[in-house]
Ligand binder design. Structure first.
Ligand code: HEC
Length: 162
């Protein structure tokens, strides 16, 4: 008799979660359609803010956990923007292994964007502390470096040596 009680609330939560994702992405796509296609640029003030959290095993471990809990569904486990939820929303989540994108961003601008959100990208400033958001910045940077290390630009290297 107790079995349905175990299963049913999970089902309800699961179904609600799916509905919530669908509803919020549909809503957000509609509302944000106007400026969603413009490049997303953080204000200069925000770009200049220095990262107070050192890159060390402790902050990276915290960032890893936060990323997998909150961001990987959209941005993907390795940060390529290919998570399961990321695939069904209209706007493609940012790819943190894109060297060009990451070279345009400062730690301050990444921190600001994580706080503000835009379109389907949620605002995290009420959900996560400043410290947690800086830890995420450190981890996002690491995802970019890991991808570059796994896939070195061999032809560019050759060109530079000659
Ligand atoms: C519901 C899907 C979703 C989730 C969850 C999500 N993001 Fe995003 N994120 C996006 C989308 C979509 C964009 C692109 C927004 C745009 O350009 O308008 C984005 C963009 C970003 C950018 C900006 C990249 C750039 O320089 O333009 C950062 C940084 C970012 N996300 C970090 C995070 C972090 C950290 C988390 C977890 C705490 C997270 N995101 C969770 C969908 C998501």
């Amino acid at each position: 008799m107790t079995q349905w009680r175990k299963v049913s609330p999970q089902w309800v939560v699961g179904a609600f979660g799916i509905l919530a994702v669908l509803a919020s992405s549909a809503f957000v796509v509609h509302v944000a359609a106007a400026d969603d296609d413009k490049p997303w640029v953080a204000p200069e003030e925000a770009r200049q803010v220095k990262n107070p959290i050192p890159v060390n095993p402790e902050s990276l471990a915290a960032g890893t956990q936060l990323f997998h809990e909150n961001c990987a569904p959209c941005h993907g486990d390795t940060g390529k923007g290919d998570g399961d939820t990321g695939k069904i929303i209209k706007k493609k989540p940012a790819n943190f292994t894109d060297e060009k994108l990451m070279s345009l961003e400062t730690d301050g601008s990444l921190f600001w964007k994580i706080g503000e959100g835009r379109g389907p990208m949620p605002s995290w400033k009420d959900e996560l502390s400043d410290k947690e958001r800086w830890q995420l910045v450190n981890y996002i940077r690491k995802l970019g470096k890991d991808a570059a290390a796994a896939n070195p630009p061999a032809s560019k290297d050759k060109d530079e040596k000659h």
